[in-house]
Design a protein around this ligand. Structure first.
Ligand code: ADP
Length: 586
């Protein structure tokens, strides 16, 4: 389906509104034509000194059209914008619903600035599609019909000439415009997107840019893009100017043509001279309907390019597809991983290469290994962010892929290395995992995560706004909120994915103690490259280059030596350097 057709399908539910907008647009231009025609009639007729009674109808006409023109214009603007905003609202929801299943596996191929630009700039560019691309052509067609009827009631050649010029202005000039502006229209959309990407990049990476002295390079790059955008917009403006000039020229030629046809008719007595001005002014007023068309054509290219960029994301097949007949949600947290092999792309080396292990209900299992060993990949598979093809992961004895992805995720609570705190209150941030949680449940989760006292010490307590525009929290506080959030979810399987990785060793020790307390008796998978608190684990799996290199309890693995003991020794030396005491080990 072409992009334009696809966009039109979004208008289908708004058919009534579109028709109303077009009718009101037609009524506006129709009133202009009526106003001009009746005014011309009065002036011409008055020159002949008739009795005032002969002008009465026309005077009423002028008043009527003068008032309705304003009213219809106002109503038309109102309805057009109403339609557009409904369309955009509907489109945004559609777009969000379409990209949500793509996260995170498929969305990685798009940069965040680019996504932002698509969601904001491209969606608003669609505004042009309706306001300029759909409604005006409909109005122009209706007005052309009216003009034909009006002119033909005097003489067919008049109707033919006027319509011919209207068609040239309404079809010929837009085609020319489209030809001249096609490339710049598209290019402008792309440049604007590139500019957004650079700006978002620059804002997000401002610290790194300053540290590495790249300020002027980055500024230069942004300036360059701005210049390109201005050049492209200049060209579009130039084309617009050309349109306006050509349309003016055509409307004047129409006047000339009408006079050339009508004056001989007046001389021959076939037409009352009073109507000469009526015809000319009515035709000029009808041009109002084709005035927006060239600009519409210029914007159409931009709108379509924007729509294409949006559909491009929507059309990416999601990584994960729910089964046609999903199993009911799992009951127990027993997990069996059997011979799972996984690569991020067909050409990439396997990130997991034949992994097998089991986690019994209530057991605490640690998966350790150096950076790049495949630990996060395992979490991605468990959470159904990526799909595996080889081997199987059984939850409650059945393959993960046979459940709905949402059911699987509802079964797991994750505390990860990076916790996103939304720009909202603490309570709202905590309730993310369970919106229906009561205040008591909230407080109990915060108590267990040992952050309740801190929250209470804040001026607004649980209603304190945190996140980007709110209170800035320390790493430890953020992680405690993440823990409280996970506890509130009360999912059967708790996954701690490098939950203490970014903390300094002393804070880490405190949080580890909290985690040890909350994970007692709870099925827990701890993913870490730091061998802290290992003695508390029922089993430790040592991952190395996607394979399980060793497994056992802390004591067994230490006795056996090898890679585990090596990792542990390194860890101990680092901690000694950082804190001067090995107190937090094992
Ligand atoms: P760990 O969590 O143990 O540090 P990862 O699971 O993140 O290791 O990485 C395992 C391997 O998979 C690494 O070689 C890494 O480069 C690769 N990898 C991780 N994430 C992606 C991704 N999104 N796309 C492609 N390769 C990835």
């Amino acid at each position: 389906m072409s992009t334009a057709r696809r966009l039109l399908t979004f208008l289908a539910p708004l058919r009534g509104w579109v028709a109303l907008a077009a009718l009101l647009g037609f009524a506006t231009v129709g009133s202009s034509v009526g106003l001009m025609a009746t005014s011309a009639y009065i002036i011409s007729k008055a020159a002949l000194h008739p009795s005032i009674a002969a002008l009465q109808v026309a005077i009423v006409g002028v008043r009527f059209f003068g008032i309705t023109r304003g009213l219809f214009r106002y109503a038309e603007r109102l309805v057009t914008h109403q339609t557009t905003f409904r369309l955009l609202a509907q489109f945004r929801v559609f777009f969000f619903a379409a990209i949500e299943p793509l996260a995170p596996a498929r969305l990685r191929q798009f940069r965040s600035g680019d996504l932002l630009s698509r969601i904001i700039a491209d969606v608003s560019a669609l505004e042009d599609f309706f306001v300029r691309g759909v409604a005006p052509p409909l109005v122009a067609i209706l007005v052309a019909g009216l003009t034909w009827v009006l002119m033909a009631s005097f003489a067919l050649p008049l109707a033919a000439a006027t319509l011919g010029f209207l068609a040239l202005a309404g079809i010929g000039i837009p085609l020319l415009t489209r030809r001249l502006s096609r490339r710049s229209g598209r290019a402008a959309v792309e440049t604007r997107a590139a500019l957004n990407v650079s700006l978002v990049d620059a804002v997000q990476g401002v610290a790194d840019i300053l540290i590495h002295g790249r300020k002027s390079a980055q500024q230069g790059h942004i300036r360059q893009l701005s210049r390109t955008l201005v050049a492209q917009q200049n060209r579009l403006a130039w084309v617009n100017g050309l349109n306006a000039a050509l349309t003016g020229l055509l409307s004047n030629w129409t006047t000339l043509a009408i006079l050339l046809i009508a004056i001989p008719m007046v001389s021959a007595g076939d037409l009352d001279g009073v109507f000469l001005a009526v015809l000319v002014l009515a035709a000029i007023a009808a041009f109002e309907a084709v005035l927006p068309l060239p600009e519409a054509a210029a914007h159409l290219a931009g709108s379509l390019a924007a729509a294409e960029r949006l559909f491009e994301i929507v059309d990416v097949a999601p990584q994960i597809q729910d089964p046609a007949e999903p199993l009911p949600p799992p009951q127990s947290a027993r997990l069996d991983v059997r011979n799972v092999r996984f690569s991020y792309s067909p050409t990439a080396p396997p990130a997991l290469d034949g992994i097998s292990f089991s986690v019994a209900e209530g057991a605490r299992v640690a998966i350790v290994g150096a950076s790049g060993a495949g630990k996060s990949t395992l979490v991605n598979l468990l959470l159904r962010f990526w799909d595996y093809r080889h081997g199987e992961i059984l939850l409650d004895g059945r393959d993960l892929r046979r459940y709905r992805a949402d059911d699987v995720r509802a079964f797991m609570a994750v505390v990860s290395q990076q916790t996103h705190l939304f720009n909202a209150t603490i309570a709202e941030n905590l309730r993310l995992s369970r919106p229906a949680a009561t205040d008591d449940e909230l407080i109990s989760a915060a108590r267990q995560a040992e952050i309740h006292t801190f929250i209470q010490s804040l001026p607004q307590g649980y209603d304190t706004v945190i996140g980007e525009q709110g209170l800035q929290l320390s790493g430890g506080e953020r992680q405690r909120l993440a823990i409280a959030r996970a506890l509130l979810k009360d999912a059967p399987l708790l996954i701690l994915d490098e939950a203490t990785a970014n903390l300094d060793p002393l804070v880490e020790r405190d949080i580890m103690a909290t985690l040890r307390a909350i994970s007692a008796g709870r099925t827990t998978i701890t993913i870490t490259h730091r061998l802290v608190d290992m003695a508390a684990m029922d089993e430790i799996l040592v991952l190395d280059a996607g394979k399980i290199a060793a497994r056992g309890t802390h004591a067994e693995l230490m006795a056996r030596g090898g890679i585990y003991r090596q990792l542990w020794t390194q860890q101990r030396q680092i901690d000694l350097l950082e804190t001067g005491s090995p107190a937090i080990l094992p």
